[in-house]
Design a protein. Structure first.
Length: 262
């Protein structure tokens, strides 16, 4: 399998004419591969063109979360996607356990604990997550989840009921090169963001004031970040304004201009 991947990669680099990457670190990776394989003449063919957002704003079609256990006055976080091996929901559970002992109005919703493919090997971490949430007595009190998978075209209903989005990961090679599309959903929905440091999005969050970044696996820093985002409403609204402004740069109509003018 590894040999097949290497052969495929060499074929792509040899015969490809335009190469699209999502961020500068991915561009550096491709540059390194090209130099090693002797394709220095192709370096100008690499364009940074990340995934984008619809030009239309999201619309909520129905209520999905708030009203009963999750009250309208609760502060609601959303974990906007699946739980894969390179993400860190366990530091989040530890932080929520600390928070739950202090206040009961901070909640989080996971819209896709189980992957859509039941045969996926990624299911193992989902089972560990469920067991840990139950062990800490968070399930149904602070942590809420969809046991299946939220359809893509319904994600706006969940995003627009949240107060902030969160994404936590480990300090790993995946983190260095990742471009997390769930972050685009947060921008699309105008959600302030809490995120681990180490990936390209952390730099964007810090530079433009889109939310709060915390070191990977730092429970205390995460508790402080969640408590600030929940308790400091003026700060949260400033972050929201910055998110809405930053989202303009990620609209497909804006990003496509890079390719058209290339």
């Amino acid at each position: 399998m590894v040999l097949l991947w290497k052969v495929r990669q060499r074929i792509i680099l040899r015969f490809g004419q335009v190469f699209l990457v999502a961020n500068e670190k991915q561009k550096d990776l491709v540059i390194g591969q090209m130099l090693i394989l002797g394709y220095a003449n192709k370096l100008d063919s690499i364009t940074v063109l990340p995934f984008g957002l619809p030009d239309s704003v999201p619309v909520r079609n129905r209520s999905v979360l708030r009203g009963n256990t999750i009250k309208d006055t609760d502060f609601l976080l959303v974990w906007g996607g699946g739980i894969w091996d390179w993400f860190d929901p366990f530091t989040l559970l530890q932080a929520l356990s600390v928070i739950q002992a202090q206040r009961d109005d901070i909640k989080i919703y996971f819209p896709g604990v189980q992957p859509p493919n039941p045969d996926s090997k990624k299911m193992a971490i989902g089972k560990r997550f469920l067991a840990e949430a139950n062990r800490l007595h968070l399930t149904g009190k602070t942590v809420f989840m969809n046991d299946e998978w939220t359809p893509y075209d319904r994600r706006a209903d969940y995003l627009l009921e949240a107060d902030a989005g969160i994404s936590l990961h480990y300090d790993s090679l995946e983190t260095r090169f990742a471009f997390r599309t769930r972050m685009l959903d947060y921008l699309w929905a105008g959600l302030p963001i809490i995120s681990s440091t180490g990936d390209c999005w952390a730099g964007v969050i810090e530079q433009y004031g889109l939310g709060i970044t915390v070191p990977p696996e730092d429970v205390d820093a995460l508790v402080a970040a969640i408590m600030r985002m929940a308790g400091d409403i003026p700060y949260r609204e400033r972050c929201r304004s910055q998110v809405i402004e930053a989202a303009r740069a990620y609209r497909w109509s804006t990003l496509a201009e890079r390719l058209i003018t290339k």
